[in-house]
Write a new protein. Sequence first.
Length: 255
Amino acid sequence: MFQDQLQKFGLTKTQSAVMDCLFEHGQMKAADVAKLANHPRGVAYKALEELLALGLVEKMEKEKEVAKWRATHPRNLEKILENKEAELNQDKKTFEDTLPSLISSYNITLNKPGVKFYEGGSGMRKILDDTLTSQTEILLFINTNTLQEDGEFKTINAEYKLKRKYKGIKKRILRAGKKPEMTFGTSDDKYDAITEIRYLNDLIDPFKSIVQIYDAKISYQIFDKGNTISILVEDRNIYEMNKAWFEALWKIATS
């Protein structure tokens, strides 16, 4: 009667047949369930025990009597759907964590750059979170002074710094402009241990963008007139080229 629907909820074929019998006939002995469900008694009993563990059936036992089984309220089936949803969310997270590496490997094999575009704060977070999967140190080129005016950047970047510190991912930062005479906030030994900063004084005109070089990828984040555009490029050759100019600038920068 309800076997197809019960299987869609996440029950096995045998569990669905057993539940269907209990919904239709009410309280029953395991032997009767097996007979009506057309399954060997051992198979039916195993399904009953599994359903008991799921909270979908109850076992009534009286002294000197054969135990009987009955279905619990159908509302309990909702827990199965909630468990499926939780598993799906976990699978999705695993997929999102693995996807960058898969794409990188795929593009390198085909020698074909992969390019993604994102907009707004959510796109900024996607790009920053992607760097947290890096197997290499991150090389960052930024003009901090001009970006201090962007409130959304400051908020998201503060969150990102905490995540990077927690993961222990190293980063070298090139900042355009003079080194500030004093820094804000308190010293953080854990953050300082994974972060090295150098300055490029007045060699470069102000710009409102970020370049991050890591793990055979380049990410660009552009802030212009209230709009944020994030670009992710996955290509070994482009990565090596950008890494080369970063290293050249790093040598002439001051600490």
